[in-house]
Design a protein around this ligand. Structure first.
Ligand code: HPA
Length: 271
């Protein structure tokens, strides 16, 4: 694994012409248009990157993009690897390992999720303050490489308190309604049954989705600072007669995108 990480990092270093960024962004469902705001983008398709899995899901293009956002060098992942696609946890989190090897210090993760908190509306943006891992497997299971991080990493501050605080200030200044909440990570690809949405809500979850938790665990293992943001695309907890569809999820994510962009740009400027 170490060899693969280093080989991939070396390949990217040899291809990228700009100074290596300290910030990386994982773009979730429907949020890919953030890419249009990246200046001087250099696209590297996943298919050209050694050891990278290839993204298959509809709505994801599968590129690593190097460029500047809010005048800061960034790496953006256009399309992530979901566990439900059949990748194992090591593949799902491999890009985060490579980011660390490239010197990334902060990871921004975005996703679409179903809201369980009864205050939420479709199109709301939620800062992830904590998560509940309901994946059947932890990405750190197996041999621990001490070079990468500790055997038993704490997850007490999995989402950077100082970045959350800063995002709140930015949202306030921009007049953005910004929710806080706990993200429940599940495998999918099924959306939840009404009983599952209700169970997750009672458990302490505010939103549920099929990604993010594995990448956040690995980023924390590698002592990166993490900022997580979620677009509420359906309300499983509120209206059980409403059946979520992939199209609906993408539409809601597109509507919420400008809000998310402002927050991420603000963070990049001020962090
Ligand atoms: N459940 C799980 N994942 C999701 C949902 C949902 O309701 N909405 C968007 N991604």
């Amino acid at each position: 694994m170490l060899q693969q990480i280093n080989q991939t990092a070396e390949y990217l270093r040899s291809r990228v012409t700009m100074p290596m960024p300290k910030d990386a962004i994982i773009l979730g469902t429907g949020l890919g248009a953030l890419v249009d705001h990246i200046e001087n983008p250099q696209f590297i398709p996943y298919t050209e990157i050694p050891n990278f899995p290839v993204s298959t899901v509809e709505g994801h293009s599968g590129n690593l993009i190097f460029g500047t956002l809010a005048s800061r060098p960034v790496i953006a992942m256009q399309g992530r690897f979901h566990y439900y696609e059949g990748y194992d946890m090591k593949q799902v989190t491999f890009p985060v390992r490579v980011f660390k090897a490239l010197g990334i210090e902060r990871l921004y993760v975005s996703n679409a999720s179903g809201g369980m908190n009864k205050e939420f509306e479709v199109g709301d943006v939620m800062i992830i303050t904590d998560h509940i891992n309901l994946f059947p497997e932890n990405p750190l299971r197996g041999k621990n490489y001490n070079e990468l991080g500790p055997r038993f990493p704490a997850m007490t501050r999995a989402y950077s308190p100082r970045m959350i605080e800063l995002a709140d200030k930015i949202a306030q200044a921009e007049g953005i309604r910004l929710m806080h909440g706990v993200y429940v990570g599940v495998t999918g690809p099924t959306f939840e049954t009404p009983a599952e949405y209700e169970a997750f809500r009672i458990m302490g979850g505010d939103a549920v989705g099929m990604s993010t938790v594995p990448e956040v665990i690995v980023a924390n293992h590698a002592s990166m600072e993490v900022f997580g943001i979620s677009v509420i695309t359906d309300l499983g907890g509120k209206d059980i007669t409403q059946v979520p569809t992939h199209e609906e999820v993408q539409q809601a994510a597109v509507i919420a995108q400008p809000k998310m962009l402002k927050i991420v740009q603000g963070l990049l400027r001020q962090i």
